[in-house]
Design a protein around this ligand. Structure first.
Ligand code: ATP
Length: 288
């Protein structure tokens, strides 16, 4: 059996520039992978079928699963006759703004590239990824990057300065489509993407904290007041900076000093079931 790690991502920035003629939004996002990951296993099947199994009963295992779609795409394009069993051991909270499904799909592209000996580059896999979903291309590479266009144009960035990330997910699920549906494109508080890139290039932790920004945050907060409470609590317990990831509802706090982590973690655990104290990963995936 072959194995791939599928890490979650957080948005350091998320901006929406305008709505395009094709209906998609033109975005600008700085994303980084964090050390919370699904494990994805691959086993060959002789009957030619794609079979997805998952540790979480409410995730679809049919064509709606993004890992299934990734396998189907490679099988069709490269005319693979073999089948595959894909086992998703989920750790990333679902519908949380952490790109769990996208990362599983990206891991499937990398995994099947090896299993089926396709010998494709990461760039080629990222092109296929764009057909599956906007965040999948970034997840093919991992690390830290600026994603533009629909999210599929990826430019590598330096790893963020070393720090802890406390993730907390309120027990609600947020649909990305709903949040984008509530977006008023003429009235957005745009984050300072250039400032974030400069903070990363100069490895300046304080500037990174000061330039975190997500244009979707006020929309999700208006619909789900739980997110507001969580942000306030995280700040009160001592996080250096706090932001919602993706379309939410997961909120994360950055913390430089390890000694502060237990207080924030334990404080949040008092009223939020899903809390994680993790680190950024930084490193990009490679093909070996
Ligand atoms: P993003 O940040 O990219 O918007 P997300 O973290 O908000 O993603 P996901 O965890 O990817 O959201 O799940 C969103 C929906 O996608 C789920 O409700 C689920 O039905 C569906 N889905 C499809 N494939 C997967 C998968 N492999 N893992 C989890 N959910 C999946």
């Amino acid at each position: 059996m072959l194995y791939e790690k599928a890490p979650a991502k957080i948005n350091l920035t998320l901006d929406v520039l305008h709505k395009r003629d094709d209906g998609f939004h033109e975005v600008e996002m700085v994303m980084t992978t964090v050390d919370l990951a699904d494990r994805v296993w691959f086993r060959s099947r002789e009957d030619g079928r794609i079979v997805v199994k998952t540790s979480q009963p409410f995730i679809p295992t049919d064509r709606k699963n993004l890992a299934y779609q990734a396998a189907e795409l490679l099988k069709r394009v490269y005319q693979i006759h073999a089948g595959v069993e894909i086992i998703l051991e989920k750790s990333i909270p679902v519908a949380a703004g952490l790109a769990g499904g996208s990362s599983d799909a990206a891991a499937t592209l990398r995994g099947l590239n090896r299993l089926w000996k396709l010998d494709l580059s990461l760039d080629r896999l990222a092109e296929h990824a764009a057909e599956i979903g906007s965040d999948v291309s970034f997840c093919v590479y991992g690390g830290t990057a600026l994603a533009t266009s629909r999210g599929e144009v990826i430019q590598n960035l330096p790893t963020p300065p070393n720090c802890w990330v406390i993730l907390a997910k309120p027990s609600i699920s947020v649909s990305t489509a709903d949040i984008y549906g509530n977006l008023n494109i003429d009235n957005l508080a745009h984050p300072n993407t250039a400032g974030m890139i400069e903070a990363l290039e100069t490895a300046n932790y304080e500037s990174m904290c000061a330039t975190l920004g997500n244009v979707l945050e006020p929309i999700t907060m208006k619909l789900y007041p739980e997110v507001v409470t969580l942000k306030e609590q995280m700040k009160k317990f001592g996080a250096d900076a706090v932001l919602m990831s993706g379309s939410g509802p997961t909120v994360y706090g950055l913390v430089k000093h390890e000694s502060r982590v237990p207080r924030i973690y334990n404080g949040l655990k008092g009223f939020c079931r899903e809390v994680y104290a993790i680190r950024m990963i930084g490193e990009r995936h490679s093909l070996d």
